[in-house]
Design a protein around this ligand. Structure first.
Ligand SMILES: [Zn+2]
Ligand SMILES: [Zn+2]
Ligand SMILES: [Zn+2]
Length: 137
């Protein structure tokens, strides 16, 4: 399943500036704004397209009142989690992408995340040659 938002399409081609629709909600932008009608829409965009921001939000949402998290993988209550892409990001972590939508992210405990990373290491992307098996990284 792909998490692409229609708002994102044509992002690079669409004209920017007053009178053009907000990338998120379609409301015409005004004043000195370029892409978003409001700070809220700008925040939404950052929080769903940049991994750093999205991961922070996902962690914040998963954090319980007592400061602990529940791992989505094994349901253990843990003090520390890492944010995992449900659909692989294929190294796009530092790029603006719809792969970072918060619906495509989840929190995993460190052992679960490690196991998943290991499993993924055996999947090869179409452009990557199979690498030698190794026991440590
Ligand atoms: Zn908007
Ligand atoms: Zn776990
Ligand atoms: Zn998007």
């Amino acid at each position: 399943m792909r998490y692409e938002c229609p708002e994102m399409h044509g992002l690079s081609e669409r004209p920017e500036g007053a009178g053009y629709p907000c990338i998120r909600c379609g409301t015409p932008v005004s004043g000195r704004r370029l892409r978003w009608c409001s700070d809220e829409c700008g925040r939404w965009f950052a929080n769903n397209h940049w991994f750093n921001y999205a991961a922070l939000e996902v962690k914040k949402a998963a954090r319980r009142d007592d400061g602990y998290y529940i791992c989505v993988g094994c349901s253990e209550v843990v003090g520390q989690v890492e944010v995992d892409h449900i659909e692989r990001a294929w190294g796009a972590h530092n790029q603006k992408s719809c792969i970072h939508h918060q619906v495509n992210l989840r929190v995993l405990c460190i052992p679960c995340h490690r196991r998943r990373t290991r499993e993924q290491a055996s999947e090869t992307s179409p452009t990557t040659a199979p690498s030698m098996p190794s026991t440590r990284r």
